[in-house]
Design a protein around this ligand. Structure first.
Ligand code: ADP
Ligand code: ADP
Length: 222
């Protein structure tokens, strides 16, 4: 049964937006390591304080910290039928660890959706991104505006702009993506799991591609 789906792509490609669509359609939990870090930062936990020193510079949080956090998340029972993984893995070491973790649960990565978009559009999207404080719902001031400025349509909570979406941090994050995360394109291509999605279309058109890829992967499974 198709269960563990990974979303791969540069910052701003639309991973979070499409994860939420898939999580609803497939009734699977959406696990965003970025959201878990931000929750820890908001609550002032030791993990949050450590993660913030990297996130604020646009750098990746070290693998050992991130992997331990994901392992902990996977001890929760909602993960046993599968998950939508958004922003993890981000390095080949994390991908190796994910394989070990899923093996121990009797599962494996079933599909990797690699969402692409031109760099100029990534910058434009991140500059206008507004995120909801309570549920991490994602809006854009021009491309997906909330009905009421500054308020989440879904749960009514306040929307905020992420500190790491500042132009200079964004450029750094894109560079880090190229150096540290893009090797995963080859990693998952070699394993026959990667499907490329053109993220430079409307949110609805990207969702249609995503759901078609999920259906095709399901059909091709024994
Ligand atoms: P985006 O989806 O816009 O690229 P995320 O919310 O996924 O951003 O991540 C925000 C930041 O959190 C990253 O820039 C990085 O510092 C940290 N982070 C998130 N996931 C990971 C990960 N798997 N490994 C290391 N750092 C991570
Ligand atoms: P990521 O998780 O890959 O960093 P997000 O899903 O958070 O990306 O999207 C980044 C920003 O771009 C958000 O403001 C979102 O509303 C907007 N966005 C996402 N997908 C599209 C799209 N296909 N077209 C235009 N804007 C988009």
């Amino acid at each position: 049964m198709l269960t563990y789906i990974v979303l791969l792509g540069p910052p701003g490609a639309g991973k979070g937006t499409q994860s939420k669509v898939m999580a609803n359609e497939l009734n699977l939990p959406h696990i965003s390591t970025g959201d878990i870090f931000r929750e820890n930062i908001k609550n002032g936990t030791p993990l949050g304080r450590l993660a913030d020193t990297f996130i604020s510079k646009g750098q990746l949080v070290p693998d050992d910290v991130t992997i331990a956090m994901l392992r902990e998340r996977f001890t929760q029972s909602d993960c046993k039928n599968g998950t939508i993984l958004d922003g993890f893995p981000r390095t080949p070491t994390q991908a190796d660890e994910l394989e070990i973790l899923l093996n121990s649960l009797g599962g494996r990565v079933n599909l990797v959706l690699f969402i692409t978009a031109p760099v100029e559009s990534l910058i434009e999207r991140l500059a206008g991104r507004w995120t909801c404080k309570a549920g991490g719902h994602i809006f854009h001031e021009s491309f997906n505006p909330p009905k009421k400025k500054g308020v989440c349509d879904i749960d009514g909570s306040e929307l905020f702009q992420r500190d790491d979406d500042k132009a200079e941090t964004v450029l750094n994050r894109i560079e880090i993506y190229k150096k540290q995360t893009s090797p995963l394109i080859q990693y998952y291509t070699e394993r026959g799991l990667l499907v490329e999605i053109n993220g430079f279309e409307s949110i609805e058109k990207v969702s249609a591609q995503v759901m078609a890829a999920v259906q095709e992967a399901k059909n091709s499974q024994p």
